[in-house]
Design a protein around this ligand. Structure first.
Ligand SMILES: NC(=O)c1ccc[n+]([C@@H]2O[C@H](COP(=O)([O-])OP(=O)(O)OC[C@H]3O[C@@H](n4cnc5c(N)ncnc54)[C@H](OP(=O)(O)O)[C@@H]3O)[C@@H](O)[C@H]2O)c1
Length: 244
């Protein structure tokens, strides 16, 4: 059903993985897509070709407030119905050996990036619009392996979601998050390629499989739909019971 006909969605990190699935899903429902990418212009163009219509490509490194501001300057007075803060990175930050560049990169991309993007998007976002942040179950649980900072940025994104829901309620903008479990994308490719790790992880999956990009995209589409009109400030766990 093309229930999003006539609407426009900006999806950060739409070039690959979960963001790509969100672009395809919202486009299938009729939304016009503004697809943000960083390094992978070819992949972004491939997603645009798969959609086949009405796709605008925009570029920025979300670690750079200047690039984010330039991107929004280029968007001019475009009106947005949906902002999907999806782009992110998953990097090791073990205690004892983490470099300040990596610490900054994780904080800049996963936390300051969505903050800047949202701040710049607000004048374009229509009253009654929706913001969906892609957080992670890593923000709700402890994980061994030295990725604490990633979990901290995702917990912070959930906190921003709750705060923005109240801050933007006067404009009737609904703000929610989707928190996936493990999804097989380029982000997790190295991690999941280790057979022992993969087997251990699969044994912990109550529903017997990993989360897919489409599992996440379907919940994002729901949160953008009229059916979600009275939901705000929530972070929806899409982990098949991995983290409850
Ligand atoms: N995969 C999982 O298991 C999983 C689980 C829970 C939550 N998540 C979250 O879901 C979101 C998408 O993850 P994914 O698995 O789809 O990752 P992915 O396949 O690695 O794709 C990451 C996307 O983010 C963009 N990106 C990365 N660094 C950027 C930067 N500095 N500036 C702007 N854009 C940047 C990339 O753009 P380019 O390709 O153009 O560089 C790409 O489109 C992330 O926020 C991630 O934390 C993922």
């Amino acid at each position: 059903m093309r229930t999003l006909e006539g609407t426009t969605a900006l999806i950060t990190g739409g070039s690959r993985g979960i963001g790509r699935a969100i672009c395809l899903r919202l486009a299938a429902q009729g939304a016009g897509i503004v697809l943000h990418y960083n390094r992978n212009q070819c992949a972004a163009e491939e997603v645009a070709a798969a959609i086949g219509r009405d796709v605008r490509l925009v570029h920025a490194n979300l670690g750079s407030p200047e690039e984010i501001q330039t991107m929004f300057h280029e968007l001019g007075d475009l009106r947005l119905d949906f902002l999907i803060n999806n782009a992110g990175i998953w990097k090791d930050t073990p205690l004892g050996s983490s470099l300040s560049e990596v610490i900054d990169e994780v904080l800049d991309t996963n936390l300051k990036g969505p903050f800047w993007v949202t701040q710049c998007a607000l004048p374009l976002l229509k009253d009654g619009g929706r913001i969906v942040n892609i957080s992670s179950v890593a923000g709700r649980t402890g994980m061994a392996g030295g990725r604490s900072l990633y979990g901290a940025t995702k917990a912070a994104l959930d906190a921003l979601t709750r705060n923005w829901a109240l801050e933007l309620a006067p404009r009737k903008i609904l703000v929610n998050a989707v928190a996936p479990g493990y999804v097989a994308t380029e982000m997790t490719a190295d991690y999941l390629s280790d057979a022992a790790t993969f087997e251990r992880l699969m044994r912990r999956q109550p529903l017997g499989r990993l989360c897919t990009p489409e599992d996440v995209a379907d919940v994002v589409a729901f949160l953008c739909s009229d059916a979600a009109r009275f939901i705000t400030g929530q972070s929806i766990n899409v982990s098949g019971g991995l983290v409850i």
